[in-house]
Ligand binder design. Structure first.
Ligand code: FES
Length: 284
């Protein structure tokens, strides 16, 4: 049983995902800049979508990057939540939708339908995946600890982050949060369909999950033991940003946050952004 399901809290009830496995890392391109705001997509979901993401702090990106609510199993393995898919009909069009309530918000798999990821096999609502976060290969890791301790495809476990209260590198302050670069729902898919994610464990998240406001409500449901995850695809032009990874981040006062090296967008992974965007339709 996951530690996310205290018996006294009905609102933390998640629908568990189904079975599969995972893969490597990648950068995708596509669609975010070509959304037609006047068009309600037909046939594959999409359209105006409320989401929760890591907060945009500055730069040309239009919004934050979407969180992935997580759960931690008894053995410490970490995986993302994927709602159960169901058929819905709107305006005479029938399509699959997967959404559920998380922390007072409607969590939908449409959160990930931008930058070409709406084409990814793993982002289709009924795709049969196991939802575990899997480490990238050592050559793709952005932090020494991960390159030294994990092989590509290893399932991330909360024990990998056991020194999160003190971990640091040459960028920013120590003890802010320990990251890992991973993939999600991306087993056996072409490189341009891989879903890149970042998983971070932080005392800041543990503290904020205790708050008696919408921030606390979100983190108490979407995180566990200080662990968060987000899809690491910049909402500007789809690059894969870095957390505590770039010397240049300090120039933008984001040395302890997420910095996109392509056009200098900055994100705070420890502050939620409650926002709306136009998600793209999935292919029929
Ligand atoms: S700031 Fe342009 S792709 Fe990230």
């Amino acid at each position: 049983m996951s530690d996310k399901y205290p018996s006294d809290s009905g609102r933390r009830r998640f629908v568990k995902g189904v079975v599969g496995s995972a893969a490597l890392s990648g950068v995708g391109v596509g669609g975010a800049a070509t959304v037609n705001l006047a068009t309600q997509p037909a046939g594959g979901g999409g359209g105006p979508t409320e989401f929760v993401g890591i907060q945009l702090q500055g730069g040309p990106a239009p919004r934050g990057m979407p969180y992935i609510p997580i759960e931690i199993e008894d053995n410490g393995d970490i995986r993302g939540v994927w709602p159960e898919a169901e058929e819905v009909t709107e305006d005479g069009v029938t399509f699959l939708q997967a959404e559920q309530e998380v922390g007072g918000r409607t969590y939908s798999t449409e959160w990930f339908q931008y930058c070409g990821r709406q084409q990814s096999e793993g982002i289709q609502p009924d795709a049969d995946k196991d939802n575990y976060f899997r480490s990238v290969a050592p050559d793709d890791a952005r932090h020494d600890w991960q390159a030294e301790q994990l092989d590509g495809g290893d399932t991330l476990n909360v024990e990998h982050f056991s020194d999160y209260e003190t971990w640091g590198n040459e960028f920013g302050r120590d003890g802010v949060g320990k990251p890992a670069k991973a993939t999600w729902r991306s087993d056996d898919v072409p490189e341009d369909e891989i879903v890149p994610v970042t998983v971070i464990r932080s005392t800041l998240i543990e503290e904020k999950a205790q708050r008696d406001d919408e921030v606390g409500q979100w983190y108490s449901a979407a995180s566990s033991r200080g662990v968060i995850a987000y899809m690491n695809v910049c909402t500007h032009f789809c690059c894969v940003p870095g957390y505590k990874f770039s010397e240049s981040a300090a120039q933008f006062d984001i040395a302890d946050g997420v910095y996109c090296q392509c056009h200098q967008s900055q994100y705070d992974p420890f502050t939620p952004e409650f926002d709306t965007f136009v998600s793209l339709p999935r292919p029929d």
